[in-house]
Write a protein that binds this ligand. Structure first.
Ligand code: ACO
Ligand code: PYR
Length: 537
């Protein structure tokens, strides 16, 4: 059975705190969803702001290829004809072929929020849809507060969706607007709605009880054939149903043969692009990815516990509910104090090192000891790779520190930071040289990085290709007051997009930063020589 997937990232997703798409962002996301086979893409509320209105004009100039574009609006204002309502005018002018209209289902909302009679609300629903249909639009009706409204007054709730169906709505979508319903209630009321109207039913759920996806799935099992939600679950308050999880569960977990996103090969292809889609939307929204996001998060198939990794090495599905590749994700093995030898073997295999029991034991001991001192290798695979090479005696440093010096000076204005670095730079085929360089920076780490690069750029020009993209500091034993150590984790990126993390720990933040900086540069140089391996990007 085909289940329609309706994306409202650009409207309800944009109602999430901290989400603000530009016009260009919206167009890019709409086209990506279109390419992946989504049935409907809701672009926004044309009455609300010029950007949303302009979005639809952009799609008139260059329409989506597969998905239907939907413009969102509410039922006509009380006491006026639909044709006279500015909201209707904006919807018609959007030229979107589909209009999604939200209307009230709950008599409580009709009385207390709209403050109109129950009859006037029914007329507002019917008039609005009939008018838009007469203007040649397909209308999807979003029944706001459907579940709460039905529980309060089922006869009235049924009348509201019947008014929508009678006026020509092509879908009636049951909205769990406050996100307070449970899956069993959603299933039961989906069956009740199916008995009240013949129009295909849809489901639109919010995540206030962490049940948006479960509620959407329950509704589909009970007969809904259209699911509304957003990518990554962005949306008002706690968000909407995450369509990534909805699609992955319907396609991969349910045994009822649900088909979506084009079905067949296109469906499989779309599933394999879900991780990429999730990252794309986070990137455009300028938001950090959620590590533990189901199916597509970086931690969704990351194995940390030694016993898990041991089992995974024997049979992948022992600790994985689906193959990570089926949703475009990848297995990751983490190294930490919770590791057993299996974690270390998995990581060193990635580094192309021979399996060597004595080395594995030494690495495991070193990792456990260092994590006890505050190091953490989960986000610092490059430092781990260097640590293994050092223990395997397969590492020759490219340079050594003679001394560094960092000063910060303020004469009343913004402080100025300056770093001096003196290095012994090795040259296996020639003479070692001493490089002594100074650089200014926005802060101590920036200045140190500048001076370090100046000292190395003559001998290693390829360092110009890499840049530091993230810097995190954390105090790790704050109860020890003055003796507290800090952990610095630096993320670096190469010209080809590969990223790697390095770590440093010390009581002095500059020394911790120096360790992480040196590891970052050594990793890049080893990588160039084919000896780094195991990048994280
Ligand atoms: C469940 C949902 O997510 S629905 C979508 C919610 N999204 C948004 O609100 C974002 C876009 N909204 C906006 O840009 C603005 O709210 C607008 C342009 C729609 C309206 O702005 P304003 O005219 O200034 O009204 P305001 O937002 O203060 O109040 C909403 C008005 O709509 C009325 N209203 C609310 N729902 C409906 C409905 N389904 N049908 C008709 N009128 C409605 C309210 O009664 C209120 O009118 P009133 O002040 O005459 O009582
Ligand atoms: C329509 C909608 O966004 C809701 O009821 O949640």
């Amino acid at each position: 059975m085909h289940i329609e997937i309706y994306d409202t990232t650009l409207r309800d997703g944009a109602q999430g705190e901290g989400v603000n798409f530009s016009l260009e962002d919206k167009v890019l996301i709409a086209r990506r969803l279109d390419a992946m086979g989504f049935d409907y893409v809701e672009g926004g509320y044309p009455l609300s702001n010029p950007k949303d209105a302009e979005f639809f004009q952009r799609l008139v100039a260059e329409p989506l290829k597969n998905a239907k574009t939907c413009a969102f609006g509410m039922t006509r204002r009380k006491g006026i004809a639909a044709a006279d309502d500015p909201g209707m005018k904006a919807l018609i002018e959007s030229q979107a072929p589909v209009v999604t209209i939200v209307g009230k289902t709950s008599e409580f909302h009709v009385r207390e929020v709209l403050q109109v009679s129950l009859e006037e609300n029914l007329a507002m629903i019917g008039d609005t849809i009939a008018y838009l249909v007469s203007e040649g639009r397909e209308v999807i009706y979003d029944a706001e507060h459907f579940f709460d409204g039905w529980k309060l007054n089922p006869e009235y709730a049924a009348k509201t969706i019947q008014a929508a169906a009678d006026a020509g709505a092509i879908r009636v979508v049951m909205c769990d607007t406050n996100g307070g319903s449970l899956p069993e209630e959603v299933a039961e009321l989906t069956r009740a709605a199916a008995a009240a109207v013949e129009v295909p039913l849809g489901i639109h759920t919010h995540n206030d009880c962490e049940l948006a996806v479960a509620n959407a799935l329950a509704s589909v099992d009970a007969g809904a054939t259209h699911v509304q939600g957003t990518i990554n679950g962005l949306g008002e308050r706690c968000g909407n149903a995450d369509l990534i999880s909805v699609v992955a569960n319907l396609a991969l977990k349910k045994k009822k043969g649900y088909k979506m996103l084009g079905g067949g090969d296109s469906q499989a292809d779309a599933l394999e692009h879900l991780t990429e889609l999730s990252g794309y939307v986070y990137e455009i929204a300028n938001m950090l990815r959620r590590g533990a996001q189901a199916f597509v998060g970086p931690s969704a198939f990351a194995h940390k516990g030694g016993m898990h990794v041991h089992a995974i090495n024997r049979v992948a599905e022992s600790y994985e509910h689906i193959p990570p590749e089926s949703v475009g994700n990848a297995r990751r093995i983490l190294v930490s104090e919770l590791s057993g030898r299996s974690n270390i073997i998995a990581m060193t295999t990635k580094l192309n090192l021979q399996e060597d029991k004595a080395l594995m034991d030494a690495v495991l001991k070193e990792v456990v000891d260092r994590e006890n001192e505050g190091y953490q290798y989960e986000a610092a695979e490059a430092s781990f790779a260097l640590l293994v090479r050092k223990l395997a005696r397969a590492f020759t440093p490219h340079f050594e520190l003679v001394k560094y010096h960092v000063t910060t000076e303020s004469r009343g204005g913004s402080p100025l930071t300056e770093a001096t670095v003196k290095l012994l730079v090795h040259d296996p085929e020639g003479e070692d040289t001493v490089e002594h360089r100074v650089a200014e920076g926005d802060g101590p780490v920036n200045a140190l990085d500048g001076a370090l690069r100046k000292a190395l750029k003559g001998r290693f020009p390829q360092l110009a290709e890499m840049q530091l993209v993230d810097y995190k500091v954390r105090v790790i034993n704050s109860e020890a007051a003055t003796a507290a150590s800090v952990r610095v984790v630096i993320e670096s990126r190469d010209a080809d997009g590969e990223t790697w993390g390095t770590v440093g720990v010390d009581e002095n933040v500059i020394q911790a930063s120096w360790q992480a900086l040196v590891d970052s540069i050594e990793y890049k140089l080893c990588k160039e020589e084919g000896a780094g391996g195991g990048g994280q990007g």
